[in-house]
Design a binder for this molecule. Sequence first.
Ligand SMILES: NC(=O)c1ccc[n+]([C@@H]2O[C@H](COP(=O)([O-])OP(=O)(O)OC[C@H]3O[C@@H](n4cnc5c(N)ncnc54)[C@H](OP(=O)(O)O)[C@@H]3O)[C@@H](O)[C@H]2O)c1
Length: 230
Amino acid sequence: MPAVMVTGAGRGFGRAVLEAYLDRGWTAFPVVRDAGLAETLATRTCHPVLADVGTVEAETAIADALGAHGAPLDLLVNNAGSIKKLRGLAVTEPEDLEALVRVHCVGALRCTKAALPWLRRAARPTVVNITSRFGSIGRTAAGEFRGIVSYHVAKAAQNMLTACLDRELRGEGIRVLAVHPGRLRTTVAAVDADTDPADAARALADWVERVDRDAPCACHDLMGGGLIEW
Ligand SMILES: NC(=O)c1ccc[n+]([C@@H]2O[C@H](COP(=O)([O-])OP(=O)(O)OC[C@H]3O[C@@H](n4cnc5c(N)ncnc54)[C@H](OP(=O)(O)O)[C@@H]3O)[C@@H](O)[C@H]2O)c1
C-alpha cells in the first residue's frame, strides 16, 4: 500500500486529507500534537506521530515512526499551520511573525528533511506544501489583501522553500509542489470561505495522482484549477 504523512492532521484540512487517503486504502502517518487524539486515530493502517512541527523533537518522532514501519513514503503533505487574525503593522509583534514562520516554513523544512530517507525509496515521491493565496508577494504588493502580516510573510517564505527544495530534489525524482487549497470552511476560515475541506481533500488526492511531474515548480490552485501567482 502507498503511504502518506500529513502534518496538522488532527482537524481542519489536514484531518480531511488524512481521511481521504485512508478511504483510498493508503497507509497513513498523521502528525498531531494531542496525545489523546493520537491514540484514537491509531489503527492497523494509521500510525499517528505525536509532534509539534515547530520543535526539533519532531524530526526524531517522524524518523522513528517511518523507520519502525520501514516502507517507502510516497507523499508528504506539509499542512500544519496556524494564523492570528491581527491585521496591520500596529498589531504585528515580531514574536508572532517568528512563531508563524517557525511552523509554516521551518516546520515544512524540518518534516521534509526528516522524511527524506523514506521518500527516496518511493517510486513517485511527492511533497505538497499547503500554501495560501495570501503568500503571493505580487498580489499583496498590488493591495489585493488586507494584511495579516505574519501570515503573508510565513506563506511567502514557505513558497520560497518549496521552490528551493524542488530545485534541489527533482533531479532525484522527488517533486516538491505548492498548493493553495481554496477558501476552506475550517476554524481559521476567511470571510469568503466557501469550500468543504472534505471536497478539497478529495480534490487534492485526485490532483496528486495526475500532476504533471515534468512541469516547472509553481503554485497550484486546487479548487480553481490551473496556477495562481505566488
Ligand atoms: N482554511 C483556509 O481557507 C486555508 C486557505 C489557504 C491555506 N490554508 C492552509 O491550510 C493549512 C490547514 O489549515 P486549516 O484551515 O485546516 O486550519 P485549522 O483548522 O486551524 O487546522 C490547523 C491544523 O494545524 C495543526 N498545527 C498548527 N500548528 C502546528 C504545529 N506547530 N505542529 C503540528 N501541528 C500544528 C493544528 O493542530 P492543533 O489541533 O494541535 O492545533 C491543526 O490540526 C494551513 O497551513 C493553512 O495556512 C488554509
